[in-house]
Write a protein that binds this ligand. Structure first.
Ligand code: BGC
Length: 453
């Protein structure tokens, strides 16, 4: 019987990043532009016009960053591949130099006993594919599978854990419905179509992996961001609002991946933009997967709001609660709730928390060079306890990844919002461990023992 007050010996302790947010040098060595390169270089679309041109310069400083991970005691690192580094036009010609970059990174991780966990798509679609309609073009599931095969063949002998997509909900809601993220569209009729094409692409990549032979013998899954939706009041209208918000953000993605129909609420939400024939393609989406990655940041206290189209819900602030700099309520209990909720639907599928973390304004460095990010320390303490509690209640949770290893390019919010457990001085690229990184190191070393009390 394992000790319920400790995480198990084989637990994965990781931190996560994504290519465009940390790498910099987006066009180096033959890489092609992505939609994020274009978006960030368009006037007025990111805070202060900031771009990922330099970011954390991880493309050149990866060795230093791997040493940092080893120093923290991480045994896993979740990162994403830049599709347009590998296939500059998104399809066809392969850029060997791009593949070699990831191959070197994987070798360096393995040399330090850090397991590479690779995400194929973290929002940076090759611009050449966007020119052909991007996620709106049904051919994208073939393009994605072709790209995935190139990655599996180069790295699959050493990478044994893959995620197809990171947070398809954000791609759709931010990229195609509200336009705050690349490619910046605002179109109700595109949103459900893009969601469907993302999910079908997930399915084709899983199929491609299974067909690979020796380089496809590891584990493959998908990363979804799940946010428990709670009613603002007991008013039945708010209860109905919760049902819609949950269908839109959570069940729209989770259910088809697990082989169940799209939620009935999508018809109500998208109206004439919903195409019921998507239901016929669930079998293409629902390929058997080996794990589910869950990104958890906050809950959504929700009220009915007929004016807020298309879901007709609005978020509500909780008086007295602590909020992060991105306006998200700090609600650790929601992580336990989320993992239990997913377990109820996904049965025995192993789960990983593939992202969890918070942006807070960091105080200046102390005289001895340390940086005491007390609110982030509290955040991690609370959420790691909540993860342990989920295990105690029977969730097969096998790993946890802090978001993020480094302060980085927070998409349209630029560099001001810092999510790192490691501070990055963007003028010198100097890295400094924050107190949250030191706490995390102690949690890892004690397998959660320091969380007690
Ligand atoms: C994304 C990250 C992002 C983080 C904080 C997640 O939605 O996967 O790329 O930086 O949240 O906003």
């Amino acid at each position: 019987m394992s000790d319920p007050t400790r995480f198990p010996e084989d637990f994965l302790w990781g931190a996560a990043t994504s290519a465009y947010q940390v790498e910099g040098s987006p066009l180096a060595d033959g890489a092609g532009p992505s939609i994020w390169h274009r978006f960030a270089h368009s006037p007025g679309l990111t805070a202060g016009g900031e771009t990922g041109d330099v970011a954390c310069d991880h493309y050149r400083r990866w060795a230093e960053d791997v040493a940092l991970m080893a120093d923290l005691g991480l045994n896993a690192y979740r990162f994403s591949l830049s599709w347009s580094r590998i296939l500059p036009d998104g399809r066809g010609r392969v850029n060997q130099a791009g593949l070699d970059f990831y191959s070197r990174l994987v070798d360096a991780l393995l040399a330090k006993n850090i397991k590479p966990v690779v995400t194929l798509y973290h929002w940076d679609l090759p611009a050449g594919l966007d020119d052909r309609g991007g996620w709106l073009n049904p051919d994208i599931s073939d393009w994605f599978a072709d790209y995935a095969r190139v990655a599996f063949r180069k790295l699959g002998d050493r990478v044994s854990m893959w995620a197809t997509l990171n947070e398809p909900w954000v791609v759709v809601d931010g990229g195609y419905l509200h336009g705050a993220l690349a490619p910046g569209h605002r179109n109700l009729f595109e949103a459900p179509r893009v969601a469907h094409h993302l999910l079908v692409s997930h399915g084709t990549a899983v199929q491609a992996y299974r067909a690979e032979g020796p380089s496809g013998r590891g584990k493959i899954g998908i990363v979804l961001n799940i946010e428990p939706k709670h009613p603002a009041t007991q008013d039945p209208k708010d209860q109905q609002a919760v049902r819609r918000a949950d269908a839109y953000m959570n069940r729209q993605y989770l259910e088809p991946v697990l082989g169940r129909p799209y939620p009935a609420e999508l018809q109500e939400i998208y109206g004439p933009a919903w195409d019921e024939s998507f239901q016929n393609e669930i079998p293409r989406i629902a390929q058997p997967i080996d794990f589910l990655g869950i990104n958890y940041y906050t809950r959504g206290l929700t009220r009915d709001d007929p004016a807020a189209l298309p879901v007709r819900t609005s978020p509500v602030k909780v008086p007295g609660a602590v909020y992060t700099e991105t306006g998200w309520e700090v609600y650790p209990k929601g992580l336990t709730e989320t993992l239990l909720w997913v377990k109820e639907r996904a049965g025995a599928l192993p789960l990983y928390v593939t992202e969890n973390g918070a942006a807070f304004p960091d105080p200046p460095h102390l005289a001895d060079g340390r940086l005491d990010d007390a609110p982030r320390v509290d955040y991690y303490r609370g959420h790691l306890r909540a993860a342990l509690e989920a295990r105690r209640q029977g969730v097969d949770l096998r790993g946890y990844f802090a978001w993020s290893l480094l302060d980085n390019f927070e998409w349209s919010l630029g560099y001001a919002k810092r999510f790192g457990i490691v501070h990055v001085d963007f003028s010198t690229q100097r890295r400094t461990l924050k107190a949250s990184a030191r706490l995390y190191r102690d949690v890892i070393k004690s397998r959660g023992g320091v969380l007690a009390g």
